[in-house]
Design a protein around this ligand. Structure first.
Ligand code: BGC
Length: 451
């Protein structure tokens, strides 16, 4: 018999998140596919290939796992380059395929949340300047209009754009060699290193978001629309150094706060006001993974303003030094986001952990942080774990494994990890209880249920 029990709200959304290019396979008409062909872009020159075979049989298999885990929600993305393979040409077979997928989720009692842009863009768009030119805004709006018109009877929960900050930094800042001391940054296409262009791209992403937000509301009365915002906790490497505190604060403003200011207050680059952008979030989508320590570096200008992201000795990191495991960061962000007055969905949270020795603890401590926030009346509506199944992890290729379901990409064989079993028990009961903590992470019992 369970002694102590932490209850989540009855209508809480329990799910996982995925992105089209990472799971579908064969997405050969987008910029990532082209990027994967370039030597040295992906670790070991790996490719997405069949990915997790969602364009084949993989989707149904993984939805069976989601159902087995009692998920009542799932966040997936649709691939622009499939729906509009050439400018202005719509592929009705691709749209129909997405309709089949959404119906099949609904039949299992799984409510979809659709992301309209998750890092990939059609090659034809890139050839016309991609996100670097303002023409992308009406182009994205036209795609969103088509997608929403075609799918709105099956979905009313939309994410316009995934992580504009990660996208702009990955594509337009990280194409530079990092010093060995620094936290490794993964480059994304187009692999540039141009801060001015990164800011332009960021403006276009936010204006594209606003155009999509208004278009969706014109098309669907009951739509709820947001953006998935990656927030990373930046803390001073030396807590007693005001210079480290200053660079950590700057990083936070640039990486975390600008996006919130844009979609809530209509502010671009701290000062420019844009009325169409103001209040374009019905909810906040929070992607939270980790915390990063930041140290002032007087040797170069970026280091003096934004510092270097460093790993502190002695902290617990996930596979491949991906990031520190720090659940309290999630609680702190939820408290900070409470001030926006918007409902919050945790649209991503997870870690790479191939042997699943850290994930049970990660899951339980992060869910406990969410429970703690809800108990302080923070309106958290749902949790989407990243990810349902091992998938193509961008520049890391297949090296990092985020799935609750383990996948062998060669044979496409799958198996539910122990953390998947654990998540299933949480989703089934809508609780975290003492019995479950004993079963999966006995080492946490005194911390979670003291006394
Ligand atoms: C991205 C995902 C990615 C995950 C893990 C997020 O920033 O949205 O596409 O796989 O992080 O790195």
């Amino acid at each position: 018999m369970a002694k102590a029990t932490l209850y989540f709200p009855r209508d809480f959304k329990w799910g996982c998140a995925t992105a089209a290019h990472q799971v579908e396979g064969g997405n050969d008409k987008n910029d990532w596919w082209a990027w994967e062909q370039g030597e040295g872009h992906i670790k070991g020159d790996q490719k997405s290939d069949r990915a997790s075979d969602w364009w084949g049989d993989g989707f149904e298999k993984d939805m069976d796992f989601a159902a087995q885990m009692h998920n009542n929600a799932h966040r997936l993305s649709i691939e622009w380059s499939r729906i509009e393979p050439q400018e202005g040409q719509w592929d009705t077979a691709a749209i129909d395929r997405y309709r089949v997928m959404l119906k099949s989720m609904r039949e299992r009692g799984i409510e979809p949340m659709i992301t309209l842009h998750h890092f990939t863009s059609p090659q034809w768009l890139i050839e016309r300047g991609g996100w670097e030119t303002p023409e992308v805004i009406p182009r994205f709006e036209r795609f969103v209009t088509k997608a929403v018109e075609s799918l709105k009877d099956l979905c009313d929960l939309w994410i316009t754009i995934n992580e504009p900050n990660v996208y702009a930094v990955g594509g337009w800042v990280s194409g530079v060699d990092q010093t060995s001391e620094a936290v490794a940054q993964n480059a994304m296409p187009p692999g540039k290193n141009d801060l001015g262009l990164a800011l332009t791209v960021m403006d276009h992403l936010m204006l594209g978001h606003a155009a999509a937000y208004h278009a969706i509301h014109r098309l669907q009365d009951n739509a709820r629309v947001g953006l998935a915002h990656h927030m990373r906790l930046f803390e001073p490497y030396r807590s007693n150094s005001w210079l480290d505190r200053w660079v950590a604060g700057n990083r936070d403003r640039v990486f975390n706060q600008t996006i919130l200011d844009a979609m809530l207050r209509g502010r671009l680059r701290f000062i420019k006001r844009n009325r169409s952008l103001r209040n374009t979030a019905d909810f906040i989508g929070l992607n939270y993974y980790t915390r990063e320590f930041t140290r002032f570096d007087r040797h170069n200008l970026p280091g003096m303003i934004l510092g270097n992201g460093l790993v502190k000795p002695g902290i617990e990191m996930s596979d491949g030094n991906y990031g520190e495991i720090y659940a309290q960061g999630l609680f702190r962000f939820l408290k900070r986001l409470e001030r926006t007055g918007k409902p919050i969905y945790i649209t991503e949270n997870g870690l790479p952990d191939a042997d699943d020795d850290q994930r049970p603890r990660y899951l339980i401590t992060h869910l406990r942080a969410i429970w703690q926030a809800i108990n302080q009346n923070v309106p958290v509506m749902g949790y989407y774990h990243w990810s349902l199944v091992d998938n193509f992890e961008w520049a890391e290729g297949w090296n990092l494994r985020f799935g609750l379901v383990e996948l062998n990409p060669q044979t496409q064989a799958r198996q539910l990890r122990r953390s998947g079993e654990l998540y299933g028990e949480v989703c089934q009961t809508g609780t975290l209880n003492e019995e479950l903590v004993y079963k999966y992470t006995p080492e946490l019992i005194d911390t979670l249920f003291p006394g």
